[in-house]
Design a protein around this ligand. Structure first.
Ligand SMILES: *Cc1c(COP(=O)(O)O)cnc(C)c1O
Length: 366
């Protein structure tokens, strides 16, 4: 079966490097927040062009801690989208705030800036901007709008490690940037992991305290509502071995996306988008009316596909009572039509073309 993201094919070429990194940590006798985490934090901050980075347990914790760091408390309102897999909603729920869902753009499937503008007022405390599928939102514009109302901007970069828009890396434009290093992400650990980046000294300090019991220093809890969410030394050591390859992997992902777009762009009933440095092809997503039919045709040819994501956040069972009456037209349509095709750096041109041939054959018969 050709997977949408084959992690075995991704890890095997790095086997010796990763073995050495793991042995280095084991032999050091220090396993939580030590020199590997500190070095990774500084290397990742440099890569993103910011001054501060704190490793955390996972991407959802990164969002929750960031909401707390910018001062979101129980009862506050936070703007987000409803087509991005529930992660921002979970974090908003964790701090007791209320999600305000805005619709997405029909082509990029990222937040629609005119809808965002309509929902923005001084009653909003923060905005979570998700760079979905690896495509960056114009955060500079969002920041400009948000600044007029004193609203904080949190970038969710869990699908956009390394994306660049107007010479700025994803995560470095808003007040704070959140990353997940879940194994399937563009930069993935061998388990859970996450990070929070910022240019702001005060926010950087607050995040560093919040992730570890609210400690300002050892056994001195100065910041309230601290949690325990730390990146392991083992995962940090693995991430340090992988970070130097990130740009190369993203370039390969874009090349795969370009082959798909060039050959599928003209196909009837399929919607695809342009490819540039602001897109790191975390997921290659098409829109298709007969999704179930196409998925079945691919499966019959041993090709996996998936749906990211089938249910808008406001339709999730746990959100129904809080979201009565919420219905966003483009979000609804996306949830019915989106479909993810295989895309990972080790995928060969031949394999991509086989996926495309299978799709074109199916469309021909339709
Ligand atoms: C994966 C993901 C997260 C959550 O990351 P975890 O490490 O799994 O908690 C958050 N936001 C988006 C957009 C993601 O894709």
């Amino acid at each position: 079966m050709l997977l949408i993201n084959d992690l075995q094919r991704h890890s095997v070429p790095l086997r010796e490097k990763l073995d050495r990194a793991i042995a280095r940590v084991m032999d050091s006798g220090w396993y939580v927040i030590g020199s590997e985490v500190e070095k990774f934090e500084s290397e990742f901050a440099d890569y993103c062009g910011v001054g501060y980075c704190s490793g955390v347990g996972n991407g959802t914790d990164a969002l929750e801690i960031s909401l707390r760091a910018v001062g979101v408390v129980s009862g506050d309102k936070v703007i987000t989208v409803a087509n991005a897999g529930m992660y921002s909603t979970v974090a908003i729920n964790l701090v007791g705030a209320e999600p305000v869902y805005v619709d997405v753009d029909d082509v990029t499937m990222n937040v629609d800036l005119s809808c965002l503008k309509e929902s923005l007022n001084s009653g909003i405390k923060a905005i979570i901007i998700t760079h979905l599928y690896g495509r960056m939102v114009d955060v500079l514009k969002v920041k400009e709008l948000a600044d007029q109302f004193g609203v904080s901007v949190i970038e969710d970069c869990a699908q956009s490690h390394g994306a660049v828009l107007a010479e700025r890396r994803a995560g470095s434009v808003g007040d704070i940037g959140c990353f997940s290093f879940y194994p399937t992400k563009n930069l993935g650990a061998l388990g859970d992991g996450g990070a929070i980046i910022t240019k702001n000294t005060e926010l950087g300090g607050r995040v560093a305290a919040l992730r570890q019991y609210g400690w300002e220093k050892k056994y001195m809890a100065a910041v309230s509502l601290g949690v325990n969410s730390r990146l392991d030394e083992l995962q940090a050591a693995v991430l340090r071995e992988k970070l130097p390859y990130l740009d190369e992997w993203n370039e390969r992902r874009r090349r795969i996306a370009r082959i798909y777009s060039e050959r599928l762009g003209a196909a009837r009933g399929i919607q695809v988008d342009a490819i540039d440095s602001s897109y790191v092809a975390h997921l290659y997503v098409i829109r298709v009316k007969n999704r179930a039919g196409l998925q079945a045709a691919l499966a019959a040819n041993d090709i996996a596909s998936d749906v990211h994501f089938p249910l808008p956040d406001y339709r999730q069972p746990c959100m129904l009572d809080k979201c009565t009456g919420v219905k966003l037209d483009v979000t609804e349509l996306c949830s019915q039509e989106v479909m993810t095709l295989p895309c990972f750096p080790e995928l060969t041109d031949g394999e991509v073309n086989r996926v495309i041939d299978t799709i074109l054959m199916f469309l021909d018969k339709e």
